[in-house]
Design a protein around this ligand. Sequence first.
Ligand SMILES: NC(=O)c1ccc[n+]([C@@H]2O[C@H](COP(=O)([O-])OP(=O)(O)OC[C@H]3O[C@@H](n4cnc5c(N)ncnc54)[C@H](O)[C@@H]3O)[C@@H](O)[C@H]2O)c1
Length: 254
Amino acid sequence: MGILEGKRILVTGVLTDASIAFNVAKLAQEEGATVVLTGFGRLSLVERIAKRLPSPAPVLELDVQNTEHLDTLADRVGEQVDGLDGVVHSIAFAPQSALGGNFLNTPWDDVATAVQVSTYSYKSLAVACLPLMKEGGSLVGLDFDASKAWPVYDWMGVAKAGLESCNRYLARDLGKHNIRVNLVAAGPLRTMAAKSIPGFKEFEDSWPEKAPLGWDLSDTSPAARACVALMSDWFPATTGEIVHVDGGVHAIGG
Ligand SMILES: NC(=O)c1ccc[n+]([C@@H]2O[C@H](COP(=O)([O-])OP(=O)(O)OC[C@H]3O[C@@H](n4cnc5c(N)ncnc54)[C@H](O)[C@@H]3O)[C@@H](O)[C@H]2O)c1
């Protein structure tokens, strides 16, 4: 018996098979869950990637900036599964001007896009899925440690700080629905989102050296395992938490 046996899980954010969300979906299926995916933009690509999962998973369109997509999400997911026990938010985007050391010159419109897609969408997704979570469940988001200012991460760092705060407020407001809300703060991983950050190499060079446990930049499974664990019944009293899956870098000074 897997730790997600019988659970119904919605996974957002699959783009390629390097996406953290792809590994979450794969592990969730291996642990017994029924998985529904959402995809953004290149849906045919996401559908092709979905076929690489142990069992084919349906793909529904979701642009978190599109109100109609959000308003109809529960009905569309409801056509695939009769409820949800877990929801994974694995979505982030920032325009190029918001990344890479241009912090003092980024225009508000670009900051607004980064915050809407990467921060506010956590709340939007939670509210959109609420009608399907009548028996409670677990919401898990993907974070990058926002407790300090990093090189090049810039406004995405601010968006992630907002995500960490949003995580606490969602935990406050969804507790009465028996919904746990937690983040997994992963170390740097070579995904499409990471490749779009100019100067991401700075993280690649320093992280494996700094991490007490070492760090493999191409292995999304530690982060995915944490997401699966948080959606299982093994964290029944944990909410508003940030679980660091970064080889231990967050704990080390210097
Ligand atoms: N790669 C890393 O180093 C790293 C580290 C820590 C946390 N994270 C976080 O993990 C999450 C997933 O990123 P990833 O690294 O797997 O990269 P990825 O590029 O595979 O995933 C990012 C996803 O965001 C989706 N997305 C972008 N705009 C969207 C929109 N408007 N509506 C819906 N979806 C949209 C993309 O389609 C893509 O599937 C992000 O929140 C990211 O910040 C990544």
